[in-house]
Design a protein around this ligand. Structure first.
Ligand code: ADP
Ligand code: ZN
Length: 738
């Protein structure tokens, strides 16, 4: 008699292995199906990754699957491949990769169809309802009147069951009465959007310029995989290229996945896509409810959603008929996850496109050096949109020498005069300062003592609105004491954050409408979108903000951009410092003069002679990138080498280091011939929230050797006695060494 098969199950535990089980009494076992299994003294939900003939463990030690949850696989082979690839490439526990890839409700064992009913069924007011007088109806049937009013406000989009449950108690009876009278109608959003009858007519876009057309043709002519870097200054019409490519993919009956950075997924972008394509894209982002997320995930999996627009984790969404993947603002670091499974959605998207044999377009005004270097190697195709589309011209960039022009609370007279000039002429000004709070430092006027965080190796930031000192690393805060804790003399804030700049602008321009946009001013849900919408409509003359303001937004009236403190990045220690500084300046500068009026950009710096500025002003981002690539090659930093960073943290500094010492000693001499082992050293922020942090850097030109080492190292570290006293992680292709 043939022996029963065993199943390899991925469980959400921090171990990089699968677990073998015997099949249950009933239920079909296939990869991609969820099962409930005994694990220790508990039960866990897991995903079958493989069905195998034998196990390394003796059969009598194997436990049996308790229940098979799905009758058909949730994930097909391409998605399972992506999960395995992610686990292998990032050397991360496979069960945690599965947990990242699946929506929360599925993780918890709910049915794939759990969200179906509520999210799909909607009610809307009928045309006849327009003539109903709500007040008259309210006298006889207040519930119906209330519901009808709500449905009328919702318009054609209607309200779904979840919303009705939350907002209109007793709605089911009321909606039945309204439907019977022909005042309300029920509909399902589930219909396949490829042939949906209610799709609105799409707006037609502009006629493409020759460069845009060439880009569209190059991608469309590629049958099969190809990676294309769409390198175009802001306003050069990258989004138009995306739109045309999406239309073509849809015409072929194919789905398109568009990934954007968290902050890039603005209502502006979504409405542009839906106006032009004639229907709503399916959205996947962090603000969705679990049900909404599952709903979108399922529509994508079934092929019913034609366009999926999402942030980082959407890279894992299953697609029935993929035709094209687009990554917008590919240089943005929010496409990389900075904790847990530290994956780059951009890089996984490329792997996914290759596996699915579809093209991928990676767009940016400031392409990362990794991608530029792939273009030089000929591995990726460089598509360039060198000029702004339509009438807009590139902004004029000038430096303001802070050693000549006194900088009062962050604002030099030159910059203040420019604000005056632009606002008087009917334009809008944006002052960019990537530092929130009132002042980054509180210093004693007598002894020079600086207020520091008790839990981190960091200074406290002064916050003026509530008179507190806050640590931007651990979030702790305490009241601001006007007397020095050391000597009792008076303290004063040093340097400027966005709040101080805002105060200075208020004093100087009392008549002007001012709006500060940073994470302090936009804490409530939706506040950021409201503030940006107001800014777009010209509801503020002067905008002050952090990098939140610098990305992707289109402010029609904006003509002046002031970079208030550019020097923060000028002497950065990280090997990416120049690339990042140039990216942030070029991105924020790209907000200026996007329509008919020419933009002006003023950059305040105390070091106007620094060679970085000449490169940036004369040659733009390409010149900075060129020079940075040379420096990286000379110093053997990526993209000319590969990095992996092992981090550890512990309550005692010695423990954090001991773990990494152990890792270091594990590397053999043979491995060292191909791989440099640097450290362990204290992390740049050596103590954070009471934990000591250390890191060990592995660097190699040989990707294969580096990965072979990590593969060998991971289980050794998992079982190391020193691991119990630390939190540790492996970061493959870290974006920063901090
Ligand atoms: P990007 O995505 O590169 O920032 P967009 O696609 O948003 O650029 O284009 C910037 C502006 O120029 C938009 O208002 C867009 O409608 C317009 N535009 C784009 N392509 C063309 C074109 N070929 N002709 C006229 N206007 C265009
Ligand atoms: Zn702190």
């Amino acid at each position: 008699m043939a022996e029963e098969p065993v199943v390899r199950v991925a469980l959400d535990v921090p171990l990089s292995r699968t677990f073998d089980y015997l099949p249950p009494a009933t239920g079909r076992l296939q990869p991609g199906v969820r099962v409930r299994v005994p694990f220790g003294r508990r039960q866990q939900i897991g995903l079958i990754l493989a069905v195998a003939e034998s196990s390394a463990l003796p059969r009598k030690r194997l436990k049996r699957v308790l229940e098979v949850i799905d009758d058909t696989p949730l994930l097909g082979e391409p998605e399972l491949w992506l999960i395995r690839f992610t686990g292998d490439y990032y050397h991360h526990p496979i069960g945690e990769v599965v947990a990242t890839a699946l929506p929360a409700l599925l993780r918890r064992g709910r049915s794939l169809h759990a969200a179906e009913h509520a999210a799909d069924v909607k009610f809307a007011a009928s045309e006849a309802a327009a003539g109903v007088d709500i007040e008259t109806l309210a006298r006889r049937a207040p519930r119906q009147a209330g519901l009808l009013a709500a449905l009328r406000t919702a318009g054609d989009d209607g309200l779904d069951v979840d919303t009705l449950n939350a907002r209109e108690p007793g709605w089911r009876r009321a909606v039945k009465a309204l439907t019977d009278k022909g005042l309300a109608k029920r509909f399902e959003t589930r219909a396949d959007s490829f042939e949906r009858a209610d799709a609105r007519p799409a707006e037609t876009g502009p006629v493409l310029n020759p460069e845009q057309r060439a880009a569209v043709e190059a991608v469309h002519d590629r049958h099969g995989f190809g990676a294309f870097v769409l390198d175009g200054v802001t306003g050069s019409g990258k989004t138009e290229v995306y739109l045309q490519l999406i239309e073509r993919a849809h015409a072929d009956g194919r789905q398109v996945l568009v990934l954007v950075p968290e902050i890039g997924l603005t209502p502006q972008l979504v409405s542009r896509f839906s106006r032009r394509l004639g229907e709503e894209p399916a959205l996947l982002h962090s603000a969705l409810s679990d049900r909404e997320r599952l709903h979108t995930w399922r529509l994508a999996r079934e092929g019913a959603a034609k366009l999926i627009l999402g942030t980082r984790s959407a890279v894992f969404v299953p697609l029935a008929r993929p035709g094209l993947i687009i990554v917008d603002e590919e240089h943005d670091h929010s496409l990389k996850q900075h904790e847990g499974l530290r994956y780059s959605a951009r890089d996984l998207a490329v792997a996914r496109a290759a596996r699915a044999e579809v093209p991928i377009v990676l767009g940016s005004a400031t392409p990362s050096l990794e991608l530029l270097s792939h273009c030089r190697d000929g591995r990726y195709t460089h598509l360039s949109l060198p000029r702004r589309a339509g009438a807009a011209r590139p902004p004029r960039i000038e430096l303001v020498d802070l050693s000549l022009h006194a900088d009062r609370e962050g604002l030099s007279d030159v910059l203040a005069d420019a604000v005056e000039r632009h606002v008087t002429a009917g334009g809008q000004a944006l002052l960019y300062l990537n530092r929130r709070g009132f002042a980054p430092t509180l210093i004693c006027t007598a002894c020079g003592h600086v207020a520091v965080c008790t839990r981190c190796d960091a200074r406290m930031t002064v916050h003026a609105d509530d008179g507190r000192l806050r640590c931007h690393h651990c979030g702790s805060s305490r009241p601001l004491d006007p007397a020095c804790g050391e000597c009792g003399a008076k303290v004063r804030p040093l340097g400027a954050g966005t709040q101080r700049l805002e105060a200075a602008l208020k004093a100087r321009f009392p008549e002007r409408r001012l709006r500060r946009i940073d994470s302090d001013s936009t804490q409530t849900k939706g506040a950021i979108h409201a503030a940006l919408a107001e800014a777009v409509e010209g509801g503020a003359d002067i905008l002050v903000g952090t990098q939140m303001l610098s990305k992707g937004h289109h402010f029609p009236k904006l003509t002046l951009v002031g970079v208030v403190n550019a020097d923060q990045g000028l002497f950065g220690t990280d090997f990416r410092a120049d690339e990042r500084l140039a990216q942030s300046i070029v991105q924020v500068a790209g907000r200026a003069g996007r329509e008919d009026r020419r933009g002006e950009v003023l950059i305040q710096t105390a070091f106007p002679a620094h060679p970085f500025w000449k490169r940036l002003i004369d040659g733009g981002y390409p010149a900075v990138a060129e020079c940075a690539l040379e420096e990286r090659e000379a110093a053997q930093w990526p993209p000319f080498s590969r990095l992996a960073l092992i981090r550890s943290s512990a309550h005692r500094r010695g423990d954090a280091h001991a773990f990494l010492d152990y890792a270091r000693e594990t590397v053999s001499d043979t491995e060292r011939s191909a791989i440099e082992v640097l450290g362990p050293v204290d992390a740049p922020l050596a103590r954070r929230a009471g934990r000591y942090r250390a890191q060990l850097l592995l660097r190699s030109r040989d990707r294969g050797a580096l990965h072979a080492l990590l593969r060998r190292l991971r289980p050794i570290l998992e079982n190391s006695p020193t691991a119990r006293r630390v939190r540790w992680s492996v970061d493959v292709d870290p974006v920063g060494l901090f």
